[in-house]
Design a binder for this molecule. Structure first.
Ligand code: SAM
Length: 416
């Protein structure tokens, strides 16, 4: 029985029946309640291994920002260099470090779960190889390029790199990126008694299986008046007629059969020359697909540094992520009540971002953070600020949130 990841933290996360052993694999998992996050302080490989015995197939979304292996002198070790490994060259040690963690993560994610990993050019191809092996090539979702600074790093190659990546994989084909809530309604330039709409989709089928003979019952005449109203009948012979013919006069088919078109003809509209469109109505739950290029001043690293200074008073951490980047990632990739994990927590941005989103949309997202208890060098600014381990820095932000907001609370636990 695992003594470190205790019943308190388990019940906080899952509201599980604490009378039964936490580590029985067939334990019943019940809906969660309360906004409590958890910080595990310890090596993430150990924590993930222990979580695996009780949280298999439970996590909706994972965001991680692992060390990029830049060889820089950061508060944490960012130098994992191998001596020319026969296959992976100098990248083998970093890959060996990441592999067990990604394997454990895979087993913790639900089948519908998604992982998003920040990385830069140096390890990105090697990370992709690991993820292809562990998650499967077919579960690759995207490699988002994020602009992280306006000017970029000075470069020997005369290109100043100012982007990095977020690599996204699903656990299975059940993983669906939910997309952004559509906030810009300016394109909905028309309105009727059913709401605001835009006209941007042909009612004539295009592409595969679009010919009349593919679906003969979806080839029928439609009728329209001068106001663009569409009908399936023309009792008084006063209406104009339209058939699903393409620009070359080839007989195609409509998107719906006649019965549906009759019932839902209010969703159709005709142009002056008889082209039939489906009205695209705005609805509150309408989502927009994220694009693979993310450029926004809110995503710049300098913004994250300012946020850290606001919370900690000074720059105690070299590589924080901006809150807005993680908020946008979470909101576009998973649902409002998601259980989220970040096992390279750093300053705890992921917990802060999820909490901000809960405040905005009433969600019940919960976050599991993991950060190592690595001692901080005496020469580091963070040490001078009173922090002794890196997980102290994570915990500080969570306490800061707790003091500031009544509805944020967390539980922390040392795992050794
Ligand atoms: C790039 S930073 C993450 C920064 C974070 N996204 C933020 O916004 O502050 C990587 C973090 O992973 C932590 N880390 C590295 N190896 C770890 C391990 N084996 N177990 C737990 N944490 C680890 C480091 O201490 C560091 O805080």
């Amino acid at each position: 029985m695992n003594k470190n990841i205790n019943k308190i933290s388990q019940s906080l996360l899952l509201n599980i029946d604490t009378q039964t052993s936490l580590f029985e694999s067939d334990r019943k998992v019940q809906p969660r309640s309360g906004p409590t996050d958890i910080l595990y302080k310890g090596d993430n490989e150990l924590v993930l291994r222990k979580l695996e015995s009780c949280l298999k197939n439970s996590i909706d979304f994972c965001y991680i920002d692992p060390p990029y292996n830049t060889k820089s002198k950061f508060i944490y070790d960012d130098s994992r260099v191998s001596d020319n490994h026969i296959t992976w060259g100098s990248h083998a040690e970093w890959m060996q470090f990441m592999t067990p963690r990604l394997v454990h993560l895979h087993s913790l994610l639900k089948d519908s779960g998604i992982v998003a990993i920040s990385i830069d050019d140096y390890e990105q191809p090697y990370l992709r190889i690991l993820l292809d092996q562990i998650f499967g090539e077919s579960n690759f979702i995207a490699c988002i390029a994020v602009c992280r600074s306006r000017n970029g790093k000075g470069s020997k190659d005369s290109i100043a790199t100012n982007h990095e990546y977020i690599v996204v994989y699903g656990k299975s084909s059940k993983a669906k990126v939910v997309g952004f809530v559509e906030s810009d309604l300016s394109s909905y330039d028309k309105e009727d008694e059913h709401g605001k709409y835009k006209v941007n989709g042909l009612f004539r089928k295009k592409g595969d299986a679009s010919l009349r003979e593919d679906r003969p019952n979806m080839y029928y005449p439609l009728y329209y008046d001068n106001d663009g109203n569409v009908f399936t009948e023309n009792p008084d012979n006063l209406l104009k007629v339209s058939y699903p013919l393409d620009s070359k006069g080839i007989e195609r088919r409509w998107l719906w059969g006649k019965e549906k078109a009759t019932k839902e003809s209010w969703k159709l509209t005709a142009s002056k020359n008889g082209v039939i469109y489906v009205k695209n109505y705005h609805t509150a739950d309408k989502r927009v697909k994220p694009r693979s290029l993310w450029v926004d001043n809110r995503y710049l690293t300098e913004r994250a540094t300012n946020q850290i200074k606001d919370i900690y008073g000074t720059k105690v951490f070299e590589t924080p992520k901006p809150l807005e980047l993680i908020e946008d990632l979470i909101i576009s990739h998973t649902h409002k009540d998601a259980l989220i994990i970040d096992f390279f927590a750093g300053t705890g941005t992921t917990a802060h971002a999820a909490f901000n989103l809960n405040q905005k949309d009433g969600g019940k997202r919960k976050v599991i953070l993991v950060e190592q208890e690595q001692p901080i060098a005496k020469s580091h600014t963070a040490y001078k600020q009173g922090f002794r381990t890196i997980s102290d820095i994570t915990e500080f932000r969570l306490k800061w949130l707790e003091e500031k907001y009544n509805d944020f609370s967390f539980h922390s636990e040392v795992v050794s």
